[in-house]
Design a protein around this ligand. Structure first.
Ligand code: SF4
Length: 310
């Protein structure tokens, strides 16, 4: 079976390499994606689409209308039927109205939004897509990353959630973007992660923080540390490609506390050689390239942007 060589690492592929090489095989080498996507992919993507339209021009009304349209477009063409009440278009509309009402003065200028990139690093490429980046005196250039979550700021689970931007998958994602923007800009400060809580209180609450900015600077030492990880990941990929050995490394194949089961479980359970596994068409799509660096933003493009949501 002929498969494409992996030449580019983005934060999602990087996490897959760390967690399970078999996932890399299914998703990246063979281009297998489940037909049905979970609701949190859709709501995360829809929120990204809204925020991408907001502040695009000085005309707030036009931006608001464009944001609502962009959100509905994501839902109209998504491959998901059952949504948690916090992940519906209605809830996102309410959340966006709150966001707009509470919007701060803009002490920054948007340099660019929804920026796909694929840049050379040593003998491979690093890619990804940045929500937007800003010129923000006196910080300098600030990357602006959107996240949605059902975790309520300041309540149970919040500390762990927020710490994930200092260590682990989200932290690596921010460093990855920092590296990319440093390649095209000077005076890059780091990232402001704007976390939007999907859980809207039934009654207006003065205690509840619906939107929580997390300020995450980065420095050269952190970037060098991260680039070493990227080199190690690419070495792992090349070794797997050369030997055609893709170990099952999943700690959460069957799900568990806080984790849903892996979408490839039914394939990995089959007791037959990897290359002979036929992909059931009623459950999976095959051959879809993974290229979020092309700026893909909707289900029609079959984006599965892991790490964009809680
Ligand atoms: S089911 Fe387990 S081994 Fe298979 S791809 Fe998923 S995490 Fe990896």
């Amino acid at each position: 079976m002929k498969t494409k060589e992996i030449k580019t690492i983005d934060p999602t592929i990087g996490s897959m390499v760390d967690e399970c090489m078999r996932r890399v095989y299914w998703r990246i080498k063979r281009g297998v994606t489940p037909i049905w996507e979970p609701d949190y992919f859709v709501s995360g993507r829809a929120w990204d689409a809204m925020m991408g339209e907001w502040e695009k021009t000085e005309d707030e009304q036009a931006c608001y209308a464009a944001a609502i349209r962009a959100m509905h477009k994501v839902y109209d063409i998504c491959n998901c039927e059952n949504f948690n009440e916090r992940r519906t278009p209605e809830n996102l509309t309410s959340l966006f109205s709150l966001y707009v009402t509470q919007a701060e003065e803009r002490p920054y200028k948007v340099i660019d939004s929804n920026v796909g990139f694929e840049m050379p690093y040593k003998d491979f490429m690093l890619g990804g897509e940045i929500d937007r980046y800003l010129s923000w005196p006196p910080y300098g250039v600030v990357i602006d990353e959107n996240k949605t979550t059902t975790v309520v700021p300041g309540k149970s689970g919040w500390d762990n959630y927020a710490s994930g931007f200092d260590l682990g998958r989200y932290a690596n994602q921010l460093t990855h973007y920092f590296w990319a923007v440093c390649e095209i800009s000077e005076d890059v400060w780091g990232t402001r992660v704007m976390v939007a809580c999907l859980d809207i209180p039934k009654r207006a609450s003065t205690e509840r923080t619906q939107f929580q900015p997390l300020w995450k600077p980065r420095n050269k030492a952190q970037v060098e540390d991260y680039l070493q990880l990227c080199e190690k990941r690419m070495a792992d990929i090349r070794r797997a490609e050369k030997l055609n050995v893709w170990p099952k490394g999943g700690q959460h194949c069957t799900g568990g506390w806080g984790f849903s089961q892996c979408e490839y479980r039914s394939l990995c359970e089959l007791p037959i050689p990897l290359d002979q596994i036929e992909i059931p068409e009623e459950r999976f799509l095959v051959g879809e390239p993974w290229a979020p660096w092309d700026g893909i933003k909707c289900s029609a493009d079959l984006e599965r942007k892991e790490g964009k949501d809680d």
